[in-house]
Design a protein around this ligand. Structure first.
Ligand code: SAM
Ligand code: SF4
Length: 317
């Protein structure tokens, strides 16, 4: 399936819940989200129908996200069903890691191929402050559980935030020496909840290269990240720069929210509902969303906010 700008759409990011066990300040309101009525959200059957339709349209890679996907009671059944869907070649899951000690092995058994674990700081007090309710120890135990369960090429995602963790670039990057993990630094995006952050919070990923002059560029690319390696590192260091060097030209994805909206672009309010539809209806909505993919989103900055009409936990990051 190609969009109007010739980009082949091969990647579906599906959010399975808006709920989360953390309350990260850049993602969610302090009070969490109002639990929506059951009837408003996609059922497991609808999620799997949508995955099946997406696969027939050429979306062979699936990312399961949220909110926190591991708080979803039937997460293992969803992963299992997705893994058995003809045409789905790879299933990745993005998590804050806190529930991985219990779930890493079952997720592997359910057919999840890869995990991304979010970790913005290695300082316990900062972690507790940013997540409002989380514990650094739980996140670190989650990474260890993922590695023990046999997940290969685990990615650690760190959102780079000026005045919060820009002095931790080296220790975060060195996780790729301690463990066989890839570390990704991601620029903070000006979404709804980020309104409370000042302009100093928005720093370009170029800071990582300044802080780590020994980084060696790697020719291979994984789509949206510029890749490097620390000499002696087991995994790579990636820079994802939605603000300073956006990657719309290579965008290959559609998003499906937990309440059943297909989003052509993370930063656009356009949505194509497929709740309650049969496979043919869903197919039409995916095609409409693909056709509506904009060439690029407007440049984002502290002054120029994302056009998304939802906070990140309600889109699926
Ligand atoms: N709860 C899971 C987690 O934290 O990994 C999955 C959902 S979360 C919305 C997915 C990713 O989006 C996380 O890595 C998080 O740090 C990132 N994220 C959330 N808000 C963001 C923002 N305003 N700018 C950049 N990344 C953001
Ligand atoms: Fe939850 Fe992930 Fe958002 Fe943090 S970034 S509040 S862990 S959904």
């Amino acid at each position: 399936m190609r969009d109007g700008f010739g980009r082949e759409i091969t990647y579906l990011r599906m959010s399975v819940t808006e709920l989360c066990n953390l309350r990260c300040r850049y993602c969610m309101p302090a009070e969490g989200v109002c639990k929506r009525r059951h009837e408003e959200m996609l059922t497991q059957e609808e999620m799997l129908r949508a995955v099946g339709v997406a696969a027939t349209l050429g979306m062979h890679k699936l990312r399961i996200t949220g909110g926190e996907p591991l708080v979803k009671k039937n997460i293992l059944a969803i992963c299992e069903g997705a893994a058995m869907t003809p045409g789905i070649e790879e299933i990745c899951l993005t998590t804050n890691g806190a529930l991985l000690p219990r779930l890493a092995k079952p997720l592997k058994a359910a057919g999840v191929n890869r995990l991304n674990i979010s970790l913005d700081t290695l300082d316990a007090d900062r972690y507790a402050w940013m997540t409002r309710v989380g514990s650094l120890d739980d996140a670190l135990k989650g990474i260890e559980a993922a590695l023990e369960a046999g997940f290969a090429r685990v990615k650690i995602n760190a959102v780079l935030i000026g005045g919060f963790n820009d002095d931790e670039i080296r220790p975060l990057a060195r996780l790729s020496e301690r463990w066989p993990v890839d570390v990704r630094f991601i620029e903070l995006m000006p979404m709804a909840e980020v309104a409370a952050f000042g302009p100093e919070a928005f720093i370009p990923c170029g800071r990582v290269v300044e802080a780590l002059p020994e980084l060696e560029p790697i020719a291979e690319s994984d789509g949206v990240a510029r890749l490097y390696r620390l000499p002696g590192g087991q995994g790579s260091i990636g820079l994802i720069s939605p603000l300073s060097a956006h990657f719309c030209g290579r965008c290959n994805r559609l998003r499906l929210t937990a309440d059943g909206r297909v989003k052509p672009c993370l930063h656009s309010p356009r949505e194509y509902p497929l709740k309650g539809l049969d496979a043919e209806g869903m197919r039409r909505q995916f095609l409409a969303a693909c056709t509506a993919k904009p060439e690029r989103h407007p440049l984002l900055s502290y002054e120029s906010r994302s056009g998304a009409n939802r906070s990140m936990n309600r889109i699926g990051g």
